[in-house]
Ligand binder design. Structure first.
Ligand code: ZN
Length: 154
């Protein structure tokens, strides 16, 4: 195993029944986001009352409980809010290469998106780190259009 347990690392035994969770996804905001990705743009929805920018955009503001539909483009740069260094797949098989999956708050948005970060050693990852989107060469209008995120040079 490539990873050694340190004094401050605790191992917790248990099962996380991921497949038991149900998520309700509003399709209009996802369609907007995917349509934008086709042109290498990140499109969200802004609340006209409180200014909160959601990506993907819901049809109502979670804070104001009013309908919202103002489309805004957010930046392809953002901040890492949390991350996980994955050393094994869901069945416990060790990965050949450690994967970094992060929650990223795009600049100009108030919500977070999930993404894969490449181009950095996982031990150098930090919450608050700045990253940028790397698009695939020919976007198709789906989440695969974001090839990865890479650290921004500081
Ligand atoms: Zn609002």
């Amino acid at each position: 195993m490539a990873f050694q347990m340190g004094e401050e690392t605790r191992q917790v035994q248990g099962t996380w029944a991921i497949s038991q969770y149900k998520f309700r996804i509003e399709s209009s905001g996802l369609k907007l986001l995917c349509d934008g990705m086709k042109e290498k743009k990140l499109l969200g929805i802004r609340c006209s009352q409180c200014g909160t920018v959601y990506i993907p955009g819901p049809f109502y503001c979670r804070k104001c409980l009013i309908e919202i539909n103002e489309v805004v483009e957010v930046e392809p740069t953002g901040t890492v809010m949390s991350y996980a260094a994955e050393m094994a797949d869901v069945r416990g098989n060790l990965l050949e290469e450690i994967r970094i999956t992060a929650m990223i708050k795009p600049d100009g948005a108030d919500t977070w998106m999930i993404g894969r970060i490449m181009g950095i050693d996982w031990k150098k990852m930090k919450v608050g780190m700045r990253v940028k989107v790397v698009w695939v060469d020919e976007p198709q209008g789906n989440f695969g259009d974001i090839a990865r995120y890479e650290p921004l040079a500081e």
